[in-house]
Design a protein around this ligand. Structure first.
Ligand SMILES: C[S@@+](CC[C@H](N)C(=O)[O-])C[C@H]1O[C@@H](n2cnc3c(N)ncnc32)[C@H](O)[C@@H]1O
Length: 315
């Protein structure tokens, strides 16, 4: 049972911490104890309290992200100690994952500006992009769609990987697209990447792509209800997708062929919903891609594998 302290007790506790703890290492250790005491969850770029605390400490101290060990034994000023304590306290009380508190997340080795309008980037698709999707693409893609783009992380990472491709980032959420546009600007990719508001393909009529890549909402009702508090700060629209998590993916599979070029490829992350997907579409020859850095449920389909609407087959 976590103890509730009065304001007076809190300020006594804070002055005790300020006099007892001296170094970055002291504060990082103390944060690990408090995070564990309060049962925080780590699934947004870190998987343990030490790393989560490190990110917050580096941010509060205006030190470079990455936890340079040379800083561990450096002493903090009283003002710095107060700033660190305030941020750690916010992490504990609000349950906001660290990237929402720092405003930044890393994906495929690239920094992205983020806030609560978008999902925190963490898709295992990063690994595949870094490997240029080898050996899966029949040709170097000239046109790429990042469907359900959120912060824009997948499409922007693809733009770096495939410099000659034109990339579209699409999302149903105008709020998310504002963040995606900030990231296009941050990475100076306005010539190569554009953002489009679109419910599935509604805003992309007549457009076809060599590669459609997507991390759509795919969490089923039960998993969504049971997710730790940290996940409930992310937009529900980014996670939940109906009873079995497949509402979006069902629509996607029926419409994707109309937006792929002849040799086009569809690569989609569905996580835990892969079992329900296999059951729902036994006729589709899903290739489930291997992920060396963890994660699961990423499938690949060729345009030819997908149902084609007769009136819009490629001429
Ligand atoms: C799981 S998040 C992925 C964000 C980003 N691609 C990433 O990997 O971090 C799913 C995104 O899909 C968007 N979305 C939900 N329903 C959609 C729809 N019908 N059409 C287009 N985008 C949709 C949400 O707004 C959200 O940004």
């Amino acid at each position: 049972m976590v103890q509730q302290l009065s304001v007076q007790e809190l300020s006594v506790q804070q002055s005790d911490i300020i006099t007892s703890l001296e170094t970055v290492r002291d504060f990082q250790r103390w944060a690990v104890s408090r995070f564990r005491e309060h049962g925080l969850y780590f699934g947004h770029g870190t998987d343990n309290p030490w790393d989560e605390a490190g990110i917050l400490l580096m941010h509060a101290l205006h030190l470079p992200a990455g936890g340079d060990p040379r800083f561990l034994d450096a002493k903090l000023t009283v003002q710095e100690k107060r700033a660190v304590l305030a941020l750690l306290e916010k992490r504990i009380q609000s349950r906001l994952p660290a990237p929402y508190l720092t405003g930044e997340a890393w994906f495929a080795g690239l920094p992205f500006s983020i806030d609560e309008r978008v999902l925190i980037p963490r898709s295992p698709l990063a690994e595949l992009i870094e490997k240029y999707f080898e050996p899966w693409l029949p040709q170097v893609p000239q046109s790429i769609l990042d469907l359900c783009t959120g912060s824009g992380c997948i499409g922007i990472a693809c733009a770096y990987a495939f410099e000659d491709a034109q990339v579209v980032l699409s999302d149903i959420s105008p709020d998310a697209l504002e963040v995606a546009r900030l990231n296009i600007e941050r990475h100076e990719l306005a010539e190569q990447v554009r953002a489009v508001e679109s419910d599935l393909f509604s805003g992309l009529a007549g457009e076809r792509f060599d590669l459609i890549v997507s991390n759509p909402p795919y969490v089923d009702e039960r998993d969504y209800r049971e997710m730790p508090a940290e996940y409930h700060h992310e937009p529900a629209l980014a996670l939940a997708s109906g009873h079995d998590g497949l509402d979006f993916t069902r629509r996607l599979l029926h419409e994707a062929a109309d937006h792929l070029t002849d040799n086009g490829i569809l690569i989609v992350e569905v996580g835990n919903s892969w079992v329900a997907l296999e059951e729902a579409f036994p006729e589709l020859p899903f290739t489930w891609l291997e992920l060396e850095r963890g994660g699961h449920g990423v499938f690949l389909l060729h345009r030819d594998d997908l149902p084609v609407q007769a009136q819009s087959a490629v001429n």
